[in-house]
Design a protein around this ligand. Sequence first.
Ligand code: NAD
Length: 495
Amino acid sequence: MALPTHFDSLYIGGSWVKPIGGETSAVINPATEEVIGKAPVGTAADADAAIAAARDAFDHGPWPKMEWRERAGVLQQFHDALMMRKEEIVQLCVAEAGSIVPVASIMQFDMAMDGLQYYIHQIERREFVIPSSVSAHTNWATGGETLGSTVKVYEPLGVSVGITAYNYPFFLNLAKLGPALASGCTFILKPAPQTPLEALILGDIASEVGLPPGVFSIVTGGADVGEKLTTDPRVDQISFTGSDKIGAMIQAQAAPTLKRVTLELGGKSAMIVCEDADLEQAAFAGLINLTNQCGQGCVLQTRQLVHNAIKGQYIEMLKAMASQVKLGNPADPDTGMGPLISAAQRERVLAFIEQGKADGNTLVCGGSIPSGMDSGFFIEPTIFDCPNNSTAIAQEEIFGPVVCVIGFDTEEEAIAIANDSQYGLSGGVFSQDPGKAYRIGMKMRTGGVLINGGGGRLNPSVPFGGYKRSGIGREYGEEGLNEYLEIKVIDFRAA
Ligand code: NAD
């Protein structure tokens, strides 16, 4: 199957247009370092054109005013057209983002599609305004009584911008496109420069289902494009997924024009393994948190807090499991862990590993570029036994396959270590006592907690997001849709 890997145009105002400047960049497969395609490089001037189109489509076009049900119908076609291209999209995620096939297929594609379907159902339910009870009110002007009522109406917020990270690109792009378009906003997507293809393919689908011009645009590029999109007064809302550093910049960039900003940021999540845990179950979860997307996942539980009575056994089991993971090209179905996204990311991870050693942590295994793997941005799964939670590798988000195992003696100590973080995205508890696991989970300052590994799949009907430096606002669930909506209350006199 020929993958759609060669693009030279941006999707703006319902048409494919060459970027101003005409620049394209090579798209690299991180497992082979081969050029697999090309993508346009957008500029601030292209972003300006996309904003103009989105503003016009919002202010004068049919999309925001369409009946909820009609819009849901168009989005259902969008959903169904994507479903037809699952195979292609999965292969793109493998080739461009370095995802192994199950991650590309389930985490990137299936979960993204569950989310889009969820938002389509949500807006069907939002067709109705919610009337409050009709009641008599005192009319202070006349001294008599009037009969009045109030209705609450949801309206689209305006021009929405989605800026995304490179790690699960298809999933992240749809997590913004779904609620933005479902709510009736017009939407501009700026994908990460490393992964433009999973975004550009959405332009084909938009044309195919006949989205009105300007409702959806895609502008690739880097920080200059992002800066234009987050500072322009014609944009009303930003939904950003990326690092806390850039998130803070975006909040500042958006402040002068008072945009609504939703931030899905980084994490350094803790997994607490109690003395009574099913050790094999916990260690296997520890392994997934080490190797998923080569450790490039915001929710990965990279601080593994293990009761001192079982810590030695846990480390041995995790190490044995890690040694069985086959590193290689994710296109090979036997591969258990693919590469990092780039040489620069690998340098960053290696620097953290050196820092970890210098700071007195014990390297249990890994820590190097695997021997014989001369091409591709591979790195060994790396386990550190850490005496405490205070060094850089326990505090900073590494975004590579590196976990810190830290011991504890009491439940209170485990909770204190877990919460000793600038982040608060995810968390985990392993115990065979569900009441105890729940009690511990309730004390973790994080947006989500998985008990004994959780259900294994994102549930789009519940909100996702982080405390502290892991973000502001939520995606998914009713709360996720509300980020893209205004609420209007109309109070009227009935009689
Ligand atoms: P990043 O913050 O470096 O970049 C993210 C996006 O921001 C890119 O599209 C980039 O071009 C853009 N950008 C850069 N400077 C900008 C500026 N000044 N204004 C506007 N946009 C700008 O993140 P990354 O390296 O692509 O991804 C890794 C990070 O993403 C990690 O911290 C990870 O935890 C986080 N992440 C969070 C979630 C979540 O849901 N919480 C999910 C996935 C990834």
